[in-house]
Design a protein around this ligand. Structure first.
Ligand code: AMP
Length: 557
């Protein structure tokens, strides 16, 4: 075990959990994890104030898994999440962290999927149930004993659950569990309604909050880019083409990610290396030395490994993975702007991490403006500029030293100086794409939040660059109609906002609402065909995130 995984070991987690953590490559606990894990292990009730991106899932999953007895084949832990997406995400996290716990089973219980297999998995003794409240109550109606053996309860994103109108369901669920259970509540905010739940259902909870001190980050120009997680490497490669950097440090969360990204950068010809806690201290020092003297230009590091790096050449910090808290963000970007120089910091933000971005802005008291992914034209311009910069200083001397050679070669080959210069350029640029069509071909448009181009292609029905399964239209369930709103991710909309608005104002049952797809500049929602016009009428004046929803029937052709 490395010294860094020791950070987790000191918290008292079970050995099987520690080895699973080594396998996923976490080096040290995030602040919320350091604080919450000992409390949960001790058996106390707890309220944790934290949002997505702080590592809150592991903060409750790791200690709960440490306490579960996999030999007992009955539900022991219940995690409640507001949405199906979050429930699935949490269930996956539990599966990952319990890889070394034979016999441990996790079941995700959510609406929209058949109830039978869910109930079967519970009856077969899944020890962890991750559920949305609505569907869980449906199960309780069929079998009121489903939760009678629960010892650990977690309410994840409790404020979101209340916003979605799950209050009554929560009461039913609380009633169905043994009073002796341990309860943990996570919420980004603690409005009165959440405090009231805690008062009623938690026993002397310990309150945990990551203190956010105001920090100053002058001299560093900051920006963020919205991007889906699976597009990060592509995005980094593109950004590196246009950013004029001297040395750069890229932060990721896991050891594996340091290796993967460094390898991807090296493959593209960058002088890059990984820096993580598994790398021996003397080797780490060599990496930093190389960054100082220019043998390396990019270091891909975890927070632990990058501690204390002071290299004046660093002009850029890329936060490829979100830091856990604003302090760590400030610390990371402080690796640039050293010795009174200016620096630039870029933060990649996935749609679920928007809130963390807002927290960072609040704590640093600065707006972190948005940048878009550079397009092919910008990449091309940057390449030509680099070529120009590398050739311009040679022009003055080269004619004197190589002019005669040029004359001879043009004569020997029988070509014009222009043709020869072009051949030399081709050779010198090593096949690099240097016209627009080639750059476009070489850099398939990055789909997702950052790339408006994808939407354009979707509208045009021209999606040739995409894998087959993305192209296939989502089949509509019988009796459903697809509706569209012009509100999308760029308006700060998430599926749960739309769901909440339609539930509250449309007076529909949750089951009546099908798939919700959020795109950059619009969203699609599946609604019941029956009574659709009436429903759209009811939603006529509804506003979401301060903007008119204006939901309309969507024609697919
Ligand atoms: P969450 O705030 O629970 O949504 O977690 C955000 C992301 O951080 C997830 O992708 C986790 O896999 C990752 N993560 C959580 N804890 C750690 C850790 N200690 N080290 C590295 N990555 C982590």
């Amino acid at each position: 075990m490395t010294q860094e995984t020791g950070g987790f070991a000191a918290l008292g987690l079970h050995a099987n959990i520690l080895s699973a953590l080594t396998a996923v490559g976490y080096e040290e606990p995030s602040p919320i994890q350091s604080q919450a894990i000992p409390v949960i292990l001790s058996g106390q009730d707890m309220i944790g104030q934290a949002q997505t991106g702080t590592g809150k899932t592991a903060a409750f999953a790791l200690p709960i898994l440490s306490k579960i007895d996999p030999a007992k084949r009955e539900p022991q832990a219940l995690i409640l999440a507001p949405t199906r997406e979050l429930a699935l995400q949490v269930a996956t996290a539990f599966e990952t962290y319990s890889k070394q716990m034979p016999g441990l089973n996790v079941v995700a219980v959510y609406g929209g999927a058949p109830m039978g297999p869910q109930l079967k998995a519970i009856r077969q003794g899944a020890q962890v149930i991750v559920a949305t409240p609505g569907r869980l109550v449906d199960h309780l109606r069929r079998d009121e004993k489903v939760l009678s053996t629960i010892q650990y309860l977690v309410l994840d994103e409790a404020d979101e659950m209340l916003k979605l109108g799950f209050m009554d369901d929560l009461e039913v669920i609380f009633e169905a569990m043994p009073e002796s259970r341990q309860s943990v509540l996570f919420s980004a905010t603690l409005p009165h309604s959440i405090r009231a739940i805690a008062e009623k259902h938690l026993r002397e909870p310990q309150h945990i909050k990551i203190a956010a001190k105001t920090q100053t980050v002058s001299r560093i120009e900051q920006a963020h880019l919205m991007i889906h997680a699976d597009q990060k490497t592509n995005a980094v490669l593109r950004l590196l083409e246009v950013e004029e950097f001297d040395a750069l440090i890229a932060f990721v969360r896991t050891k594996q990610a340091t290796l993967d990204l460094a390898a991807a950068l090296e493959a593209k010809g960058f002088k890059a290396a990984a820096l993580n806690g598994d790398i021996a201290q003397n080797q780490r020092e060599r990496v930093i030395e190389s960054l100082k003297d220019g043998r390396l230009d990019i270091v891909v590091a975890t927070d632990v490994a990058a501690r204390g790096i002071d290299v004046p050449r660093i002009t850029h910090v890329f936060n490829v993975d979100m830091p856990y808290d604003p302090e760590s963000y400030v610390h990371r970007i402080g690796r640039t702007g050293r010795a009174g120089r200016d620096g630039r910091a870029l933060l990649l933000v996935t749609p679920r991490e928007r809130r963390m971005l807002q927290v960072i802005e609040r704590v640093t008291g600065q707006k972190v403006g948005e940048v878009k992914l550079p397009n092919a034209q910008q990449v091309l311009d940057a390449r030509i500029k680099k070529l120009t910069n590398s050739l311009a200083p040679l022009v003055a001397d080269a004619e004197a030293s190589h002019g005669d050679l040029l004359d001879r070669l043009t004569t020997d080959i029988g070509c014009s100086p222009r043709a020869l210069a072009a051949a030399l350029l081709k050779k010198a640029t090593n096949g690099q794409a240097l016209d627009l069509a080639s750059v476009e071909r070489e850099q398939p448009l990055v789909p997702g939040v950052g790339g408006a181009p994808r939407e354009r292609r979707e509208r045009d029905g021209e999606r040739s660059g995409e894998p087959r399964e993305r192209r296939a239209p989502m089949p509509l369930a019988e009796g459903r109609a697809r509706c569209r709103t012009a509100l999308g991710a760029r308006d700060g909309i998430a599926a749960k906002n739309l769901l909440g608005a339609i539930l509250n104002e449309g007076g529909l049952a949750r089951e009546a609402i099908g798939r919700i797809q959020i795109r950059e500049s619009f969203s699609l929602v599946e609604l019941p065909e029956e009574g659709l016009e009436r429903l759209l009428g009811k939603l006529k004046d509804t506003r979401v995130a301060g903007k008119p929803l204006k939901l309309r029937r969507y024609r697919e052709d």
